[in-house]
Ligand binder design. Structure first.
Ligand code: SF4
Length: 309
Protein backbone atom coordinates (compact mmCIF):
# COMPACT_ATOMS: atom_id res chain seq x y z
CA UNK A 1 0.00 0.00 0.00
CA UNK A 2 1.28 3.47 -0.76
CA UNK A 3 0.60 6.68 1.10
CA UNK A 4 1.50 7.62 4.63
CA UNK A 5 -0.40 5.99 7.45
CA UNK A 6 0.07 7.04 11.03
CA UNK A 7 -2.32 4.72 12.82
CA UNK A 8 -2.78 1.80 10.44
CA UNK A 9 0.13 -0.60 9.96
CA UNK A 10 0.86 -3.89 8.26
CA UNK A 11 -0.82 -6.11 7.38
CA UNK A 12 1.25 -8.30 9.65
CA UNK A 13 1.25 -11.95 8.58
CA UNK A 14 -0.01 -14.22 11.33
CA UNK A 15 -0.67 -17.93 11.34
CA UNK A 16 -4.00 -17.59 13.11
CA UNK A 17 -5.16 -14.26 11.75
CA UNK A 18 -3.76 -14.43 8.22
CA UNK A 19 -3.10 -10.86 7.02
CA UNK A 20 -3.75 -8.84 10.14
CA UNK A 21 -4.14 -5.10 9.62
CA UNK A 22 -2.89 -3.35 12.75
CA UNK A 23 -4.48 -0.22 14.22
CA UNK A 24 -2.49 1.73 16.78
CA UNK A 25 -4.30 4.23 19.01
CA UNK A 26 -1.45 5.32 21.25
CA UNK A 27 1.75 7.31 21.15
CA UNK A 28 4.72 5.04 21.90
CA UNK A 29 4.94 3.74 24.48
CA UNK A 30 1.79 4.18 26.52
CA UNK A 31 0.72 1.31 28.70
CA UNK A 32 -0.76 0.33 32.04
CA UNK A 33 2.24 -1.95 32.54
CA UNK A 34 5.96 -2.12 31.81
CA UNK A 35 6.46 -5.84 31.29
CA UNK A 36 10.02 -7.10 31.53
CA UNK A 37 9.50 -9.08 28.33
CA UNK A 38 7.86 -6.31 26.26
CA UNK A 39 9.22 -6.11 22.73
CA UNK A 40 8.18 -2.47 22.31
CA UNK A 41 10.78 -1.05 24.68
CA UNK A 42 10.32 0.54 28.10
CA UNK A 43 6.97 2.11 28.92
CA UNK A 44 7.59 5.85 28.79
CA UNK A 45 3.98 6.77 29.67
CA UNK A 46 2.85 4.45 32.45
CA UNK A 47 -0.79 5.36 32.99
CA UNK A 48 -3.91 3.89 34.55
CA UNK A 49 -6.27 6.64 33.36
CA UNK A 50 -7.93 6.40 29.99
CA UNK A 51 -7.74 9.28 27.52
CA UNK A 52 -8.17 10.59 24.00
CA UNK A 53 -4.61 9.83 23.02
CA UNK A 54 -5.05 10.25 19.25
CA UNK A 55 -8.02 11.70 17.32
CA UNK A 56 -10.25 8.71 16.63
CA UNK A 57 -11.80 10.44 13.58
CA UNK A 58 -8.36 10.50 11.93
CA UNK A 59 -7.89 6.80 12.68
CA UNK A 60 -11.22 5.93 11.05
CA UNK A 61 -10.36 8.19 8.07
CA UNK A 62 -7.15 6.21 7.61
CA UNK A 63 -9.10 2.95 7.63
CA UNK A 64 -11.45 4.42 5.00
CA UNK A 65 -8.45 5.45 2.93
CA UNK A 66 -6.60 2.14 3.34
CA UNK A 67 -9.53 0.01 2.27
CA UNK A 68 -10.62 2.61 -0.31
CA UNK A 69 -7.19 2.18 -1.96
CA UNK A 70 -7.84 -1.56 -2.37
CA UNK A 71 -6.16 -2.81 0.79
CA UNK A 72 -6.98 -6.39 1.72
CA UNK A 73 -6.80 -7.96 5.15
CA UNK A 74 -8.18 -11.01 6.93
CA UNK A 75 -8.49 -9.33 10.33
CA UNK A 76 -8.43 -5.79 11.73
CA UNK A 77 -6.45 -5.87 14.95
CA UNK A 78 -6.16 -3.26 17.69
CA UNK A 79 -2.58 -3.48 18.88
CA UNK A 80 0.53 -1.40 18.59
CA UNK A 81 2.35 1.01 20.87
CA UNK A 82 0.83 0.01 24.20
CA UNK A 83 -2.50 -0.96 25.78
CA UNK A 84 -5.32 -0.14 23.31
CA UNK A 85 -8.13 -0.04 25.91
CA UNK A 86 -6.50 3.08 27.35
CA UNK A 87 -8.05 4.98 24.44
CA UNK A 88 -11.51 6.22 25.40
CA UNK A 89 -12.92 5.45 21.95
CA UNK A 90 -11.20 2.18 21.02
CA UNK A 91 -14.61 0.56 20.52
CA UNK A 92 -15.25 2.86 17.54
CA UNK A 93 -12.71 0.88 15.51
CA UNK A 94 -14.77 -2.31 16.00
CA UNK A 95 -17.98 -0.43 15.13
CA UNK A 96 -16.29 0.88 11.99
CA UNK A 97 -15.20 -2.64 11.02
CA UNK A 98 -18.76 -3.95 11.45
CA UNK A 99 -20.36 -1.08 9.56
CA UNK A 100 -17.89 -0.98 6.70
CA UNK A 101 -16.46 -4.46 6.17
CA UNK A 102 -17.08 -8.18 6.65
CA UNK A 103 -13.66 -8.51 8.22
CA UNK A 104 -13.52 -9.80 11.79
CA UNK A 105 -11.93 -7.51 14.33
CA UNK A 106 -9.51 -8.45 17.08
CA UNK A 107 -8.50 -6.85 20.37
CA UNK A 108 -5.15 -7.69 21.95
CA UNK A 109 -5.29 -6.43 25.52
CA UNK A 110 -3.36 -6.96 28.72
CA UNK A 111 -6.74 -7.06 30.48
CA UNK A 112 -5.88 -4.54 33.20
CA UNK A 113 -8.78 -2.20 32.41
CA UNK A 114 -11.47 -4.83 31.89
CA UNK A 115 -12.61 -4.29 35.49
CA UNK A 116 -14.29 -1.12 34.13
CA UNK A 117 -17.78 -1.88 32.73
CA UNK A 118 -17.38 0.65 29.91
CA UNK A 119 -14.14 -1.01 28.78
CA UNK A 120 -15.79 -4.44 28.79
CA UNK A 121 -18.70 -3.04 26.74
CA UNK A 122 -16.34 -1.61 24.10
CA UNK A 123 -14.14 -4.73 24.08
CA UNK A 124 -17.21 -6.89 23.50
CA UNK A 125 -17.71 -5.15 20.14
CA UNK A 126 -14.67 -7.06 18.83
CA UNK A 127 -15.13 -10.50 17.27
CA UNK A 128 -12.05 -11.96 18.95
CA UNK A 129 -10.27 -10.87 22.10
CA UNK A 130 -6.96 -12.01 23.52
CA UNK A 131 -6.15 -11.18 27.16
CA UNK A 132 -2.99 -11.81 29.16
CA UNK A 133 -2.64 -13.80 32.36
CA UNK A 134 0.95 -14.55 33.31
CA UNK A 135 0.99 -13.94 37.07
CA UNK A 136 -0.73 -15.72 39.96
CA UNK A 137 -0.73 -13.09 42.71
CA UNK A 138 0.10 -9.45 43.38
CA UNK A 139 3.79 -10.12 44.04
CA UNK A 140 4.35 -12.04 40.82
CA UNK A 141 2.23 -9.48 38.94
CA UNK A 142 4.47 -6.65 40.16
CA UNK A 143 7.64 -8.57 39.23
CA UNK A 144 6.60 -9.64 35.75
CA UNK A 145 4.47 -6.71 34.63
CA UNK A 146 5.64 -3.70 36.70
CA UNK A 147 2.19 -2.07 36.49
CA UNK A 148 1.39 1.65 36.63
CA UNK A 149 0.20 3.00 39.98
CA UNK A 150 -3.43 2.08 40.51
CA UNK A 151 -3.30 -1.16 38.50
CA UNK A 152 -3.61 -4.32 40.59
CA UNK A 153 -3.71 -8.06 40.11
CA UNK A 154 -7.12 -8.35 41.77
CA UNK A 155 -8.58 -5.87 39.27
CA UNK A 156 -7.03 -7.83 36.41
CA UNK A 157 -8.57 -11.11 37.51
CA UNK A 158 -11.93 -9.55 38.30
CA UNK A 159 -12.06 -7.82 34.91
CA UNK A 160 -11.00 -10.86 32.88
CA UNK A 161 -13.46 -13.16 34.69
CA UNK A 162 -16.36 -10.74 34.23
CA UNK A 163 -15.48 -10.23 30.60
CA UNK A 164 -15.55 -13.98 29.98
CA UNK A 165 -19.09 -14.11 31.35
CA UNK A 166 -20.29 -11.24 29.16
CA UNK A 167 -18.39 -11.77 25.91
CA UNK A 168 -19.90 -14.04 23.28
CA UNK A 169 -17.03 -13.93 20.79
CA UNK A 170 -13.80 -15.94 20.71
CA UNK A 171 -11.70 -15.41 23.82
CA UNK A 172 -8.12 -16.51 24.10
CA UNK A 173 -5.71 -16.13 26.96
CA UNK A 174 -2.01 -15.57 26.44
CA UNK A 175 0.29 -16.85 29.15
CA UNK A 176 3.73 -15.31 28.71
CA UNK A 177 6.46 -17.38 30.33
CA UNK A 178 9.71 -15.72 31.41
CA UNK A 179 12.48 -17.98 32.63
CA UNK A 180 12.89 -17.76 36.40
CA UNK A 181 9.84 -15.50 36.90
CA UNK A 182 6.91 -17.80 36.16
CA UNK A 183 8.59 -20.86 34.65
CA UNK A 184 8.26 -23.13 37.71
CA UNK A 185 5.72 -25.94 37.47
CA UNK A 186 4.07 -24.78 40.72
CA UNK A 187 3.57 -21.29 39.31
CA UNK A 188 2.21 -22.58 36.01
CA UNK A 189 -0.27 -24.71 37.97
CA UNK A 190 -1.53 -21.66 39.87
CA UNK A 191 -1.96 -19.68 36.66
CA UNK A 192 -3.57 -22.66 34.93
CA UNK A 193 -6.21 -22.92 37.67
CA UNK A 194 -7.26 -19.32 37.11
CA UNK A 195 -7.22 -19.72 33.34
CA UNK A 196 -9.42 -22.82 33.68
CA UNK A 197 -11.98 -20.79 35.66
CA UNK A 198 -12.05 -18.33 32.78
CA UNK A 199 -12.76 -21.17 30.35
CA UNK A 200 -11.29 -19.49 27.25
CA UNK A 201 -11.60 -20.86 23.74
CA UNK A 202 -7.81 -21.02 23.38
CA UNK A 203 -4.69 -20.69 25.49
CA UNK A 204 -1.52 -19.39 23.87
CA UNK A 205 1.72 -20.18 25.65
CA UNK A 206 4.25 -17.59 24.57
CA UNK A 207 7.75 -16.57 25.57
CA UNK A 208 10.56 -14.17 24.79
CA UNK A 209 11.41 -14.54 21.10
CA UNK A 210 12.14 -10.90 20.28
CA UNK A 211 14.45 -8.47 22.09
CA UNK A 212 12.83 -7.68 25.44
CA UNK A 213 12.83 -4.38 27.35
CA UNK A 214 14.73 -5.99 30.18
CA UNK A 215 17.58 -7.92 28.62
CA UNK A 216 17.64 -10.30 31.58
CA UNK A 217 14.17 -11.57 30.53
CA UNK A 218 14.83 -14.90 28.82
CA UNK A 219 12.85 -17.73 27.32
CA UNK A 220 12.92 -21.06 29.15
CA UNK A 221 14.31 -24.00 27.15
CA UNK A 222 11.86 -25.19 24.53
CA UNK A 223 11.20 -28.55 26.19
CA UNK A 224 10.42 -26.75 29.46
CA UNK A 225 7.90 -24.55 27.67
CA UNK A 226 6.26 -27.63 26.16
CA UNK A 227 6.10 -29.24 29.61
CA UNK A 228 4.46 -26.14 31.07
CA UNK A 229 1.99 -25.95 28.18
CA UNK A 230 0.71 -29.44 29.08
CA UNK A 231 -0.32 -28.15 32.51
CA UNK A 232 -2.84 -25.88 30.77
CA UNK A 233 -4.60 -28.80 29.08
CA UNK A 234 -5.67 -29.52 25.52
CA UNK A 235 -6.66 -25.96 24.65
CA UNK A 236 -3.08 -24.78 25.18
CA UNK A 237 -0.58 -24.41 22.39
CA UNK A 238 2.97 -23.09 22.36
CA UNK A 239 2.85 -20.18 19.92
CA UNK A 240 6.36 -18.86 20.47
CA UNK A 241 8.30 -21.33 18.40
CA UNK A 242 6.02 -21.96 15.51
CA UNK A 243 7.38 -21.74 12.01
CA UNK A 244 5.33 -19.57 9.75
CA UNK A 245 4.07 -21.32 6.68
CA UNK A 246 1.81 -20.83 3.73
CA UNK A 247 1.50 -17.05 3.79
CA UNK A 248 1.06 -15.22 0.60
CA UNK A 249 3.99 -12.95 -0.18
CA UNK A 250 3.55 -9.41 1.14
CA UNK A 251 4.90 -6.38 -0.64
CA UNK A 252 8.41 -5.64 0.60
CA UNK A 253 9.08 -1.90 0.65
CA UNK A 254 10.98 0.48 2.94
CA UNK A 255 7.62 1.72 4.20
CA UNK A 256 6.25 -1.74 4.94
CA UNK A 257 9.46 -2.78 6.71
CA UNK A 258 9.64 0.43 8.77
CA UNK A 259 6.00 0.06 9.63
CA UNK A 260 6.59 -3.40 11.07
CA UNK A 261 10.02 -2.93 12.60
CA UNK A 262 8.90 0.20 14.50
CA UNK A 263 6.49 -2.04 16.41
CA UNK A 264 8.33 -5.37 16.23
CA UNK A 265 12.14 -5.22 16.14
CA UNK A 266 13.14 -8.38 14.29
CA UNK A 267 15.95 -10.40 12.76
CA UNK A 268 16.45 -10.74 9.03
CA UNK A 269 15.28 -14.35 9.24
CA UNK A 270 12.07 -13.41 11.08
CA UNK A 271 11.31 -10.68 8.55
CA UNK A 272 12.04 -13.00 5.64
CA UNK A 273 9.56 -15.48 7.12
CA UNK A 274 6.95 -12.81 7.83
CA UNK A 275 7.12 -11.44 4.29
CA UNK A 276 7.64 -14.86 2.73
CA UNK A 277 10.67 -13.41 0.97
CA UNK A 278 14.11 -14.96 0.33
CA UNK A 279 16.43 -14.27 3.24
CA UNK A 280 19.32 -13.04 1.10
CA UNK A 281 17.05 -10.50 -0.62
CA UNK A 282 15.68 -9.40 2.73
CA UNK A 283 19.21 -8.93 4.05
CA UNK A 284 20.03 -6.73 1.07
CA UNK A 285 16.91 -4.60 1.65
CA UNK A 286 17.70 -4.24 5.35
CA UNK A 287 21.36 -3.42 4.73
CA UNK A 288 20.33 -0.66 2.32
CA UNK A 289 18.01 0.76 4.95
CA UNK A 290 20.78 0.67 7.57
CA UNK A 291 23.12 2.47 5.13
CA UNK A 292 20.40 5.07 4.50
CA UNK A 293 20.08 5.72 8.25
CA UNK A 294 16.52 4.36 8.52
CA UNK A 295 17.41 1.31 10.62
CA UNK A 296 20.11 0.22 13.01
CA UNK A 297 21.26 -3.33 13.66
CA UNK A 298 22.19 -4.49 17.14
CA UNK A 299 23.53 -7.77 18.45
CA UNK A 300 21.22 -9.38 21.04
CA UNK A 301 22.44 -12.76 22.20
CA UNK A 302 23.40 -14.73 19.11
CA UNK A 303 21.19 -12.71 16.78
CA UNK A 304 21.31 -9.42 14.92
CA UNK A 305 18.10 -7.45 15.40
CA UNK A 306 16.95 -4.54 13.28
CA UNK A 307 15.46 -1.50 15.03
CA UNK A 308 14.15 1.82 13.74
CA UNK A 309 16.45 4.80 14.30
S1 SF4 B 1 3.85 -6.45 26.75
FE1 SF4 B 1 1.93 -5.42 26.36
S2 SF4 B 1 1.15 -4.98 28.40
FE2 SF4 B 1 3.28 -5.43 28.65
S3 SF4 B 1 4.32 -3.42 28.55
FE3 SF4 B 1 4.33 -4.29 26.47
S4 SF4 B 1 2.52 -3.41 25.51
FE4 SF4 B 1 2.25 -3.16 27.75
Amino acid sequence: MSGAYKYVFGPVPSRRLGRSLGVDLLPPKTCTMDCSYCQLGATTHAVAERGDFVPIAEVLDELDRWFGAGGEADHITLAGSGEPTLHLHFGNVFKWARDNTDIPSVLLTNGTLLYLPEVRASAALADKVKVTLSAWDEVSFQKIHRPARGITFDQLIEGEMKFRQEFEGELSVEVFIVDGLNSQVAHAKEIAEMVALMNPDRIDINTVVRPPTDQSAKAPPQDRLAELAKIFGPKAEVTASYKKQGFQTLEVSDEALLNLISRHPATCKQLAEEFNYPEEHMLRALSNMVAAGMLKAEQRGDEHYFFCR
